[in-house]
Ligand binder design. Structure first.
Ligand SMILES: [Mg+2]
Length: 219
C-alpha cells in the first residue's frame, strides 16, 4: 500500500522536530546574540507538541488539512508568545488551502508554502527586510510559485525553494532588526543571522527532504 499524503506530512513534522532538536542549542545561541536566547527551546517545545498531537491522529483517516490544523493547534497551545501565533496562523492557513487536496503534488506544495508565508506575514504584519522568518518564507514562496509556473521537475522545484530559503536566511545577517525583541538592539543586530530566519531555513530544508519523493503519483 502506498503511503498516504497525510502520513507523508506527519512524517515531515517528525523530521522537522528532529532537525530542531539537533539545532536547538545553535538556534538559542543565535537568539542570545540579539534576543533573549530562547529560540531553540521555543521551537523545540512547539514541534514536540505538534508531534504529540499528531500521534493521536489516525493517519489512515486523516486528511492533509487535518494534519496541518492539528499542527497549528499543537504549536499554539505549547508556544503562546511571538513565534507561536505566527506559525499557528501559517499552518492554519495551509490547512485551509489543502482542504480539497489529497496528494502533495507540486501545486499543492507551492500553495502550502504560500499559505504558510501569507499567514505569518498577516499575523506578524511584517515584510521582507525586517530581519525575521519572513525573509525566508516569502522568497521560498516566490521560488515555489515560479518553479511551478516554469513547469520545473520535482527535484528542481525543491532545489529552488531551498536555495531561496537559505539565501534569505543568510541575507538577514546584513539587515537591521525592526521587529520583535531584536529591534531593541537595532544596530547591534547587524552581522547576526536572525534566529527565526535560521529556523525557517531549517524547516524548509526538511520540508524539501520529506516531500521530495511524495506526491509523485500526480506527475
Ligand atoms: Mg527569543
Amino acid at each position: 500500500m502506498s503511503k498516504s499524503a497525510a502520513r507523508s506530512m506527519a512524517k515531515m513534522f517528525q523530521m522537522m522536530s528532529q532537525m530542531i532538536e539537533s539545532e536547538k542549542d545553535h538556534l538559542s545561541e543565535l537568539d542570545g546574540a540579539i534576543g533573549d536566547g530562547d529560540h531553540g527551546i521555543t521551537m523545540s517545545i512547539g514541534f514536540l507538541a505538534i508531534n504529540a498531537e499528531l500521534s493521536k491522529l489516525d493517519l489512515d483517516q486523516a486528511s492533509l488539512s487535518d494534519v496541518m490544523s492539528t499542527a497549528a493547534t499543537g504549536f499554539l497551545n505549547a508556544v503562546g508568545a511571538s513565534t507561536g501565533p505566527l506559525y499557528a496562523t501559517g499552518f492554519r492557513r495551509a490547512a485551509k488551502t489543502l482542504a480539497d487536496r489529497t496528494t502533495l503534488d507540486l501545486a499543492a506544495c507551492a500553495d502550502m508554502i504560500e499559505a504558510i508565508s501569507t499567514g505569518i506575514r498577516e499575523r506578524g504584519k511584517g515584510q521582507r527586510g525586517d530581519k525575521t522568518m519572513l525573509d525566508v518564507w516569502l522568497p521560498a514562496a516566490d521560488a515555489a510559485a515560479n518553479a511551478l509556473a516554469e513547469n520545473k521537475t520535482r527535484d528542481a522545484f525543491w532545489h529552488d525553494v531551498v536555495a531561496a530559503a537559505e539565501n534569505g536566511a543568510a541575507a538577514t545577517r546584513s539587515m537591521i532588526a525592526t521587529k520583535g525583541r531584536a529591534a531593541r538592539v537595532r544596530e547591534r543586530s547587524l552581522g547576526h543571522i536572525d534566529p527565526g530566519a535560521a529556523s525557517a531555513g531549517l524547516l524548509i530544508r526538511v520540508m524539501a527532504e520529506a516531500l521530495q519523493s511524495s506526491g509523485q503519483e500526480a506527475h
